[in-house]
Design a protein around this ligand. Structure first.
Ligand code: DCT
Ligand code: MG
Length: 415
């Protein structure tokens, strides 16, 4: 609903609230006073962003530039490009002139220049040259490998490597267990997971979790919960209605999976208890026990499970969501990246909100909580700094209510 998306009533911008700024109506080219058109919040958690992106031509370009800033660890510029991208994604109309940017939040000089270039030439020369840049290309390629972060990618680049073949053939490179698996299954993993495959994986996980604890719940989260057709992995939260019953479930479930099904796994123990020293530090999102794995998904299971789930529409969906360029494989399985997160029931709503994403939506939820409400939000809890209390919540709706925010559905969080 267009009007709902532009609803001014929940606009709270500490930077410029109440200021009579000028903005432009989508259909008009002349600026009109802000009172005539609804304002858009600077925070993604106060905007509804579906997957129906009307400004893809701009956001694709800006996302590449944001990504490059991340590669260069230029946090400030990353934020500038990411925020502009996110605002454009939320608009229910396409930008067709520079005057239409007036009054929009987060439209700083750098993203404006790119938008202007695209409006004039249909493309951005800055982005075009970046796409040909050796360092950008190598960093993009190397960080797409499971287990390879910026540090490793940079090291490989500085050693002169440019392709995966070169990396794999290198005699004196040492790989972690995770990187070995990432390189071994890189073709499958980089071809993305589709919805039907994600549901099939869900059924497998559920079956083995239920064998251990019959009333445990397995919830699909991440991009698929936001309605995305494809993702780089499948994320699940696992919890039990009885407090503490979730302990031990992960080891039991993982070890009961048939040998051939598990191509790789790594269990990260919970660091919730203060006396437990974090063993591995590559995940800083939360302290939950989790498992990063690569599953061997048999193709027959995808169609079968999809038929079970969607009855009549199942087969159609399986083909529709397949990547258009994907080669028809001769092998009858696909390696799929899966994340399992074990969450105590008291923290479940916060974990679900945190793991549903998008990354930018989460970032802005925390920024809004901190700057507008004097509250600290993370994947476990919400802390009110004024009242000095932890706010409990059983549902995501309760968390939004604590923050004084209108509820945003998961499929409206594609910021
Ligand atoms: N997340 C976050 N901050 C990060 C990384 C992740 O808040 N730095 C949250 C948001 C999404 C969720 O965790 C799962 O992460 P991903 O699987 O990386 O994201 P996704 O949205 O599921 O993307 P994809 O569809 O590509 O898997
Ligand atoms: Mg994901």
């Amino acid at each position: 609903n267009t009007l709902e998306m532009l609803d001014i009533s929940w606009f709270t911008d500490s930077m410029g609230a109440g200021k009579p700024t000028q903005t432009t109506c989508p259909e008009q080219s002349d600026p009109v006073p802000v009172s005539k058109v609804a304002a858009i919040s600077q925070y993604a958690c106060q905007r509804r962003t579906t997957l129906n992106n009307k400004n893809k031509i701009f956001t694709d370009a800006l996302e590449i530039l944001a990504e490059n800033c991340e590669f260069n660890e230029n946090e400030r510029s990353y934020v500038v490009f990411a925020r502009a991208t996110s605002v454009l994604k939320s608009l229910p109309y396409a930008i067709s002139s520079m005057t239409m940017l007036e009054g929009l939040p987060n439209m700083e000089v750098q993203p404006r220049a790119i938008i202007e270039e695209i409006l004039e030439d249909g493309k951005s020369s800055t982005v075009e040259s970046l796409l040909c840049d050796e360092r950008y290309k190598a960093t993009k390629l190397f960080t797409s490998i499971f287990g390879v972060g910026l540090k490793t990618a940079d090291r490989w680049y500085r050693l002169g490597f440019r392709t995966l073949e070169e990396v794999q053939a290198a005699k004196d490179l040492k790989f972690t267990k995770m990187q070995k698996a990432g390189l071994m299954y890189c073709e499958d993993i980089s071809s993305f997971v589709n919805k039907a495959e994600a549901h099939a994986v869900g059924q497998i996980i559920e079956k083995f979790v239920h064998k251990c604890v019959p009333n445990a719940t397995v919830t699909l989260t991440g991009g698929f919960r936001r309605g995305k057709e494809i993702g780089h992995d499948v994320d699940f939260l696992i919890t039990c209605p009885e407090e503490g019953k979730e302990e031990g479930i992960l080891h039991k479930a993982v070890h009961s999976l048939p040998q051939g099904l598990l191509l790789y796994y790594d269990i990260i123990e919970s660091t919730m208890e203060k006396n437990k020293i974090p063993s591995k530090q590559y995940d800083v999102m939360d302290k939950f026990q989790k498992c990063f794995m690569i599953l061997k998904l048999n193709n027959t299971l995808v169609q079968n499970s999809d038929l079970n789930l969607h009855s009549e529409s199942g087969i159609k969906l399986a083909y529709e969501t397949a990547e258009p360029e994907r080669q028809i494989e001769s092998k009858d399985w696909k390696a799929i990246r899966v994340d399992l997160v074990i969450v105590p029931i008291q923290q479940y709503a916060y974990a679900l909100l945190g793991w549903s994403g998008s990354r930018h939506f989460e970032r802005d939820l925390r920024r809004f909580s901190y700057h507008e409400k004097r509250m600290n939000l993370d994947n476990h809890v919400l802390y009110d700094k004024t009242k000095k209390v932890f706010l409990t919540a059983k549902t995501e709706e309760e968390i939004f209510a604590h923050l004084g925010l209108e509820y945003i559905e998961p499929w409206e969080r594609n910021a």
